[in-house]
Design a protein around this ligand. Structure first.
Ligand SMILES: [Ca+2]
Ligand SMILES: [Ca+2]
Length: 367
């Protein structure tokens, strides 16, 4: 069984200095310290340390954040920790929204990127300096359809809606788009409009603990993110449902980089002050990379998508066998190293600094 626990507001009040009725006044919000943040659950956000995020704070102090697009089913736009970061949530008239459960995944994903930082409350996002536009594809309407017909049509409809949402987010000016869903049988071309318009797309590799060859068709500018655990090993574990089913990060020739995928404390959908604990999956690794891409594009808006993705890979900390490998890609993302690389990236002859897929002494990526 999935270990999903929701901390409802009462429990949250008991565990935090500030409950929902005692939110900090603006004047109480202290300036950011070099080593820590005052968010109540910050001590549980181990990935700020393991991805060198804290060291990178001085590099992004005065940025004007770029726009981030997030594709989701739905989300809780009123959650206290993320509401100020979401400037729009686009919904279709002909899709179904509204069940609280359908808002869980989106709320969690957005909170990794955009939760308010250093506000004495909840968690800190990795890029709250940037604003989010959520493109929400909901669920297809079921009226008049059998379950079989619904399932047959599901991917076709979601693919069509995803293409429309990508165009919407790109035309709105988003510089990076997060897609924390399975590619399934949907076309790898559905991201083409983003690529043609120099927008970086970030995908989670999936949680099936296998090589999923469908990802091999993706354009090389798309970043595919695998998941690791707190010990820098590929995230992998066993659930016991109807016997034994193994779950873990997918892997293969398409993995670009990895980021933490387990034991994550995230905003919840149950109320505007709820949090979910110990969440897991590559759905949450992807928005960590999306956050880094957004910060890079904010400090260097002149760089193109290929250069930005290169900076993410070059700054990564190699894991496992030397060089690129199919489990860790180029390694674990490192905010401090990649943001420093971005700041130092030359303004002219930039393409001459692009890496090929051959790293000295390392493996060769097949994509
Ligand atoms: Ca917060
Ligand atoms: Ca490696």
């Amino acid at each position: 069984m999935k270990l999903i626990l929701i901390i409802f507001p009462l429990l949250f009040i008991a565990s935090c200095t500030h409950g929902p009725n005692s939110l900090p006044a603006k004047s109480e919000i202290s300036t950011q310290s070099q080593n820590s943040l005052n968010d109540s659950l910050f001590s549980r956000q181990y990935y700020f340390r393991t991805m060198n995020v804290i060291e990178s704070f001085p590099l992004t102090n005065d940025i004007s954040g770029c726009l981030i697009g997030v594709l989701e089913r739905d989300l809780n736009t009123e959650h206290h920790d993320i509401k100020d970061s979401i400037i729009e949530a686009y919904r279709f008239d002909d899709m179904v929204y509204g069940k609280p459960r359908s808002r869980r995944h989106g709320t969690q994903v957005v909170s990794i990127i955009a939760a308010q930082k250093n506000d004495n409350f909840g968690i800190a996002g990795l890029a709250p300096e940037c604003k989010v536009i959520a493109g929400l594809f909901g669920r297809p309407a079921v009226e008049g359809k059998s379950r079989k017909e619904y399932l047959q049509d599901y991917e076709t409809i979601i693919e069509e809606k995803t293409i429309q949402l990508i165009k919407y987010l790109v035309d709105k000016g988003c510089k990076v788009i997060n897609y924390s869903f399975k590619l399934g049988n949907m076309s790898s071309n559905m991201f083409d409009y983003a690529i043609e318009n120099d927008v970086v797309v970030v995908l989670g590799a999936g949680n099936d603990n296998k090589e999923d060859i469908r990802y091999e068709k993706l354009d090389s500018v798309i970043l595919v993110v695998g998941g690791i655990d707190q010990n820098n090993k590929r995230w992998e574990e066993r659930y016991e449902i109807l016997g034994e089913e193994k779950k873990g990060s997918n892997y293969g020739s398409y993995i670009d980089v990895v980021a933490p995928a387990n034991n994550l404390f995230l905003c919840g959908e149950a109320s505007n002050t709820s949090y979910t604990i110990r969440r897991k999956g590559t759905s949450f690794s992807a928005p960590m990379v999306t956050s880094l891409v957004a910060l890079i594009r904010s400090v260097r808006p002149d760089l193109n998508a290929a250069q930005v993705t290169e900076i993410v890979k070059q700054g990564a900390d190699d894991l496992g066998e030397k060089g690129w490998d199919k489990y860790a890609g180029y390694g674990k993302i490192n905010f401090y190293k990649s943001l420093n690389l971005a700041i130092a990236w030359p303004e002219d002859n930039r393409d001459s600094h692009l890496l090929t897929d051959n790293r000295a002494g390392g493996g060769v990526r097949n994509k």
